[in-house]
Design a protein around this ligand. Structure first.
Ligand code: DGT
Ligand code: CA
Ligand code: CA
Ligand code: ZN
Length: 601
């Protein structure tokens, strides 16, 4: 049976292809090495041994070849920074999927100790001190010692540190039942596949905020059409993804995943499918408007059916098998789930003014990507190969500039050398692919840029971003950003608000004023596709679009797999009502150059 939903199917298909990937990755190797170093540090082991693992993690992160493959084939010899012991461990980890040494170490500490790493302001040194001196092994413990004054007495923990720690703890508590979309996406793919394989399930879909493409979700809502709901419920609550069962009913069940995310499943009859899918996709605001629209025709709409409201109202049309049929019955064009937020989509659907939303397949390239030159884990060549592999025609490189010293930002000389390297590599690619030389240049506190104009002018394009001094007043921060935007060398503005979802709020900034400045100067605004950022937020894109501001969907990739974050960026672009016309990286090679050059003329 054909499913008419424009958003989830093609997007999820590609997501599944991209997200599942091979079992062992460079990231896992790095993570295990870093965790070993931390655990050794907590144990007070020899600092040289600890450093060996930290160095090992860095080497693995930055190695230009396929390190997973090399480890598998036991060919790590000769790589600087990896001693015998580490080589053996990497080989064991890659070939067996686990590491005895790490497993033994791990059981000596509560798993919860790693939570402490998610608290901004805590590094391994401080965590080790807290654990050793005060037996702090979880965020709950940390809160206690911050509040009772014990933490403040540790060396290196002044009153200010403690205050900052309490702030990040309360931020974390506030978002305790909220998950970033990337922490849900893999589970969604897995659960959909599992349910679709059940012989009793005729139709299966994910609904709720996930289907609408929200940046964060509270729980996941699955829907199944079936003649045998009990069998489907039984299979669901005992699925391999279910860490615990919250409720097990005849037509409704809930489970919890190991990361804490709740998943609801509802079973309906085949003839109820379109109504139930529409209802449980929401949003609530959208549903309320749809229901009053039905009432205006003399019908009642709920999660099961469309009925006559009274004996003298005309009967509603029958044969509603798809959401599309329901929308048509209400005199509307089909409304994509991404748009169902009760923000004018029904009016637009009534008057035939819904946008043709951008799709992942429309993207031809992307900008704002990092390499080993700054804080990325893949080289220029590896990033280019990965982009070619994904079918992209171009890849924009934008490593950090020198003010981002913690990210190993490039100075002028290193940047000019990188430009030369990109030109040299481009000579080797065929006409179907090209690297663009760019920079993610820091915006200084006063709005000046981290490179002089003559240097910026050497680049194909420039992304300007704020990475420090987040505490300015709204007026000062806005003026700072607008000054950067007014520089003719600045092609686009990076992650406009600086937020990290569920971790750090936006700095104070007047977004409409920045959008106006971008419109006035012809500056593109980035839609940073990292699931941590998704910045600029989807709620602002319609305003930007109305003012003629263009969008660039940028993964801000720090590794080859980071390019896959384009998937999340497209979801947010769709929520922002963007079509391919507003997204510059839908333009093919040969056309996109003119857009990059426009502001400089
Ligand atoms: P969240 O908070 O990320 O889970 O967001 P949703 O939208 O997934 O919300 P959820 O899981 O509470 O409910 C799923 C959908 O069910 C929601 O989008 C619309 C529908 N729904 C739930 N409660 C109500 C309600 O009281 N009235 C109406 N009209 N619809 C509702
Ligand atoms: Ca939900
Ligand atoms: Ca729910
Ligand atoms: Zn950045």
């Amino acid at each position: 049976m054909r499913n008419d939903d424009a958003l989830p199917l093609p997007v999820l298909y590609i997501a599944a292809r991209w997200l599942i990937g091979p079992a062992m990755t460079r990231e896992i190797l790095v993570d295990v090495m870093e965790r070993i170093a931390l655990l050794l540090e907590l144990k007070g082991e020899n600092p040289f041994k600890i450093r060996a693992y930290r160095t090992g993690a860095e080497v693995v992160r930055g190695h230009p070849e396929d390190i997973v493959q090399l480890a598998r084939e036991n060919k790590l010899e000769g790589i600087k920074g990896l001693g015998d012991a580490l080589r053996d461990k990497l080989h064991e980890l890659v070939t067996t999927g686990s590491l005895g040494f790490y497993d033994k170490l791990k059981v000596q500490f509560p798993e919860s100790i790693f939570e402490l790493f998610e608290i901004s302001g805590l590094g391994p040194k401080k965590i080790a001190a807290l654990y050793k001196e005060l037996k702090v092994a979880s965020v709950v413990d940390l809160k206690r010692v911050c509040e009772n004054g014990e933490a403040g007495e540790l060396s290196g923990f002044g009153a200010k540190t403690v205050e900052k720690l309490l702030e990040s703890i309360s931020f974390r508590e506030k978002h305790a039942d909220t998950f970033r979309v990337d922490d849900a996406a893999t589970a969604v793919t897995e659960i959909l596949e599992y349910l679709r394989e059940l012989p009793e399930a005729s139709r299966v879909e994910v609904a709720g905020s996930f289907r609408r493409g929200k940046e964060t979700v509270h729980d996941l809502d699955f829907l199944v059409a079936t003649k045998k709901p009990a069998a489907v419920m039984e299979a669901f609550v005992h699925g391999p993804f279910a860490a615990s069962i919250i409720a097990h009913g005849e037509t409704k069940s809930s489970i919890r995943l190991s990361n804490g995310l709740q998943c609801d499943l509802r079973a309906v009859k085949n003839e109820e499918w379109a109504f139930a899918l529409a209802y449980f996709t929401g949003s609530k605001e959208h549903n309320i408007q749809m229901r009053s629209r039905a009432l205006a025709s003399g019908w009642t709409l709920n999660e099961y059916r469309l009925d006559s409201d009274s004996p003298d109202s005309s009967p509603p049309p029958g044969n509603i098998n798809e959401e599309r049929d329901l929308h048509r019955a209400l005199g509307l064009d089909y409304i994509d789930p991404a748009l169902r937020e009760g923000m004018g989509e029904i009016e637009a659907a009534e008057s035939g003014n819904l946008p043709a939303l951008v799709e992942l397949e429309n993207l031809r390239g992307t900008f704002h990507n990092h390499t080993t030159a700054s804080d990325g884990s893949a080289t220029l060549e590896e990033m280019a190969e990965a982009a070619i592999e994904l079918g992209l025609q171009y890849l924009g490189i934008a490593d950090h500039s020198k003010a981002s010293f913690q990210a190993n930002g490039l100075d002028e000389d290193r940047l000019l050398a990188q430009i030369a390297e990109i030109r040299r590599l481009n000579a080797g690619y065929d006409d179907g692919f090209r690297l663009f030389a760019g920079s993610e240049v820091d915006i200084h506190k006063d709005g000046s840029l981290d490179f002089p104009d003559e240097v910026l002018a050497e680049l194909d394009y420039v992304v300007a971003s704020v990475h420090n001094v987040f505490t300015l007043s709204e007026g000062e921060q806005t003026a700072r950003i607008i000054r950067a935007v007014e520089n003719p060398n600045v092609t686009m503005l990076g992650h406009l608000t600086g937020r990290l979802l569920l971790k750090r709020d936006s700095y104070a900034v007047n977004v409409p004023a920045v959008i106006d400045a971008c419109a006035a100067t012809g500056t593109i605004i980035e839609l940073n596709a990292s699931p941590w950022r998704l910045d600029m937020d989807w709620r602002w894109w319609r305003m930007a679009q109305e003012k003629g501001v263009l969008c660039s969907i940028n993964p801000d990739a720090h590794s080859t797999s980071g390019l896959q974050d384009l998937y999340y960026g497209v979801r947010i672009a769709r929520k922002g009502w963007l079509s391919r016309r507003q997204v510059i990286n839908c333009l093919p090679l040969g056309k996109v150059e003119a857009v990059l050059a426009k502001k400089r003329k």
